[in-house]
Design a protein around this ligand. Sequence first.
Ligand code: HEM
Length: 307
Amino acid sequence: MWAASIARFLQYAGATGLFGAALFYLMLLPPDGNTSAGALRWPKPLLVASSLLLFLGALLSLAAQAATMNGISLDKLDMPSVSVVLTDTQWGHAIAARIALSFVTLLTVVLIKPSLRLWQATCLLGTVLLASFAWTGHGASTEGAGGAVHLIADIAHMIAAGVWLGALFAFLALLCLPKTQDLEQQTTLFNALKDFSGVGSALVAVLVVSGLINSYFLIGLDHIGQVFQSPYGVLLSLKLVVFSGMLVLAGLNRFRLTPALEKSIPAGDTAYAIAALRHSLILETLAGLSVLALVAALGMMEPPIAL
Ligand code: HEM
């Protein structure tokens, strides 16, 4: 059902934005001054939009699942069929928890003023919300001894995805929202890019190792040979192609475009360097969102291990 995949995508985009952007404000923006998250205009609205996406996506996910489980279309849905899913299934319990927690998060980001306390609270709530996906996807599908390994790998995968995608959303806001960039903004942008590229390699390592563990439990060594014969295998391969594109763009930012910005700041001629970074980060973010869309569809399919 298309609605279930769209609902997963909205939730992935919302949860990665919520956790990753709040972490970005805490780790990569100065604690005070004109370019701190408390002084800039976009940090809080980005968190409000992310938590709203997550909350609405979780509600749509429940509706889509209830319709599928009752064999009816979304427009024929009624409360009894929804409450059966909520009360009688483990998936229903997990989605109920996510709906409740994402609503609390939405209230938190709306009611608390931009401050260190808001970023810390959002980061914590975002961590729990990201981890919760393991229980509504394939992350919790492995029984026995391997179950805990698969679960931990999937949670690590979600957190790493959140750090990367959330940072991309914040970098785009930093790059695209102020019409002109004064020296303070250019310096903050350069420092954030430099510091983020420092954690980049560790992020990629966590994504690849946890992704391989996910693949081991969901494809299985016996099915490796036929992986391209299953729609699941084709979509996962497509995901890895897009991921490789993100790696190339991230490398370009780190080794070419960020050093170019560093050189252009003292020369007072940053227009070209900033435009090049803006284009590259827009492409990397679109690729990241495509990965989330592919995974949203993957999560609705029977993995090869189950066939
Ligand atoms: C930018 C890089 C990546 C992002 C943003 C990303 C994101 C995600 C997300 C959001 C999930 C869903 C987890 C869930 O709902 O439980 C997922 C699952 C998965 N990822 Fe990744 N991932 C990335 C890289 C990789 C890599 C490099 C691999 C393989 C080496 C990989 C393999 C997988 C597998 C096998 C799954 C399970 C899919 C399923 O639910 O059936 N991912 N990924």
